[in-house]
Write a protein that binds this ligand. Structure first.
Ligand SMILES: [Zn+2]
Length: 181
């Protein structure tokens, strides 16, 4: 089973209406736009309660609450995965999707790895930004302490000694964040 691309789902859900799908799978829609819901009461309800929306807005059953787009409908109806349901609809309605073209497993693997690396870089960057912020807050606290404490007191000396180290760490971090931009 080839990897489905996000666009394929978009293409399929915006190419077929729920009316067309109901039609193909043998459901009758009444004049008010309702059909018998196949997802509750074994599909044998007397008053149709599944609303078929106009255009590409899918369906919703007023009785059991199940709803979604055309892919979701076929997924539930035929007990398929979303990808299988999407491909079934694409095949039934002859919609051209990217999975029609053979994508090599290597290409998919590379794309996955690239996506993973990208996410990892973003997380690391966010961590650095958070560390920088925390360090900045700490530096401010030390500066305040120096202002408020007696000059040459133990606390004053402690802060005076620590501040250059903290500032150095802040600068290193700041540079490592900004050198890549
Ligand atoms: Zn229902």
């Amino acid at each position: 089973m080839p990897e489905g691309r996000h666009e394929d789902f978009e293409i399929v859900t915006h190419s077929i209406t729920m009316q067309q799908v109901a039609d193909v799978y043998g459901f009758k829609i009444n004049r008010k736009g309702f059909m018998r819901c196949p997802f509750h009461a074994n599909g044998s309800e007397r008053t149709p309660s599944l609303k078929v929306y106009q255009g590409y807005r899918g369906f919703h059953c007023k009785a059991c609450g199940v709803g979604g787009d055309v892919i979701r409908f076929v997924e539930l109806l035929n007990n398929l995965t979303p990808l299988e349901a999407m491909m079934e609809l694409a095949a039934t309605f002859q919609i051209q999707i990217s999975t029609d073209v053979d994508i090599s497993p290597e290409t998919i693997e590379r794309a996955k790895q690239a996506r993973f690396e990208q996410q990892k870089a973003i997380i690391l960057e966010q961590q650095k930004q958070a560390d920088l912020k925390r360090l900045g807050t700490l530096i401010q606290a030390f500066e305040r302490e120096i202002e408020e404490s007696q000059p040459f007191s133990d606390m004053w000396c402690y802060c005076q000694n620590k501040l250059p180290i903290l500032r150095g760490e802040w600068e290193l971090l700041f540079n490592s964040i900004n050198k890549r931009n």
